[in-house]
Write a protein that binds this ligand. Structure first.
Ligand code: NAD
Ligand code: TYD
Length: 336
């Protein structure tokens, strides 16, 4: 098996590559543009692994993607590469359209041309939109994205569906809930709260903090992706979720207590425009049809994650200060 993983220098992609190298004897090539969110330090411990290779490039660059496919015999593609932050998509949607939609189309075309066996699109529960206080997202829930980010991910999902229906490309789609774990860029809620708390900076809570997210430890998501890659039925969608719904404010207070900081750091700020009220995944299909199950307990995985950020301040200090971007500029020349 030779796997092409795109976006493998980001949060989930880097955890996934390390997970795959530990669990299998597969060959993994990581194609990543190294945007502000891509960080090769996430992969420092495996950079010399003979089963692993890094290639810097943009999934929306047709020429570069075709060169990569023609020079390798990939068995499967797992597409993580994306612009992933809702707040940034509100400020400027263009990079989201380019990476998430045009990039996916380039990968789908190359996968068709080079006859890969499986194409797995890593999608999100945010494509389903927002839930009121009852119910769950199933794979049959109508797509109703509310942010430019989620709209771009939903568009990519529909392109994947079309390549399966029209061209017979063996496409699989996973839609997962909010991930947490090591190496998450500190603009996302959990690492932001931990790092701000350590620095005694205010913790910005959007609106009144009553929004609900369904949290999953990143390695449970990685196991779900591997399971769908190996056992999923082409053309099918599989929801992956953590069975753990928590109000933002409750989660923030839990983190503050682990870091041993006062709730007085909590600062209510203007709400995010179009802020989805609640996400909650029904993961019954992947559990009953493919035998996947959660392996991590939420509370202990959260404590482990918070401790990781406490122990790895150097990692997020560099990320927050932009030092690693300076490093890449020296190493690779101009980056965006
Ligand atoms: P991330 O922002 O941490 O990482 C994204 C990675 O993609 C970075 O390494 C970046 O350099 C790379 N990238 C961006 N544009 C690229 C391009 N045009 N070409 C090549 N590489 C590019 O994101 P993440 O949180 O790890 O999310 C990974 C995927 O999982 C995304 O597709 C996201 O939609 C999906 N997802 C994330 C979550 C979550 O909670 N984080 C939940 C469900 C699904
Ligand atoms: P985020 O980590 O951006 O993930 P998503 O928007 O994709 O779910 O945000 C998680 C929740 O936390 C979401 O309801 C927005 C909220 N939030 C805050 O209240 N303050 C913040 O500073 C951030 C980044 C998020």
């Amino acid at each position: 098996m030779h796997l092409l993983v795109t976006g493998g220098a980001g949060f989930i992609g880097s955890n996934f590559i390390k997970y795959i190298l530990e669990e299998t004897d597969w060959q993994v090539t990581n194609l990543d543009k190294l945007t502000y969110a891509g960080n090769l330090e996430n992969l420092a411990d495996i950079q010399d692994n003979t089963h692993y290779k890094f290639v810097r490039g943009d999934i929306a660059d047709n020429q570069a993607v075709n060169n990569l496919f023609s020079g390798n015999k990939f068995t499967a593609v797992v597409n993580f590469a994306a612009e992933s932050h809702v707040d940034r998509s509100i400020q400027d949607a263009s990079p989201f359209i380019n990476a998430n939609i045009a990039g996916t189309q380039v990968l789908l075309d190359a996968s068709l041309k080079y006859k890969i066996d499986r194409f797995l699109q890593v999608s999100t529960d945010e494509v389903y939109g927002s839930l009121e206080d009852d119910g769950f997202f199933t794979e049959d829930t109508t797509l109703a994205p509310n942010s430019p980010y989620s709209a771009s991910k939903a568009s990519a999902d529909l392109l994947c569906r079309a390549y399966y229906k029209t061209h017979g490309l063996p496409v699989l789609i996973t839609r997962c809930s909010n991930n947490f774990g090591p190496y998450q860029f500190p603009e996302k809620l959990i690492p932001l709260v931990v790092s701000n708390a350590i620095e005694d900076k205010p913790i910005p809570v959007y609106g009144s903090g009553i929004n609900i997210r369904d949290w999953i430890y990143v390695l449970d998501h990685c196991a779900g992706i591997k399971c769908v890659l190996e056992r999923g039925v082409p053309g099918e969608v599989y929801n992956i979720g953590g069975d753990t719904q928590i109000h933002n404010i409750e989660l923030i207070k839990m983190i503050l207590s682990v870091v041993n900081k006062s709730d007085s750091l909590i600062t209510y700020v203007k709400d995010r425009p179009g802020h989805d009220h609640r996400y909650a995944i029904d993961p019954q299909k992947i559990k009953s049809q493919l035998g996947w199950n959660l392996q991590y307990n939420f509370k202990s995985a959260l404590i482990k994650t918070v401790k990781w950020y406490i122990d790895n301040q150097d990692w997020w200090n560099k990320v927050k200060s932009g030092e690693y971007i300076n490093y890449y500029q020296k190493w690779y020349g101009i980056i965006k």
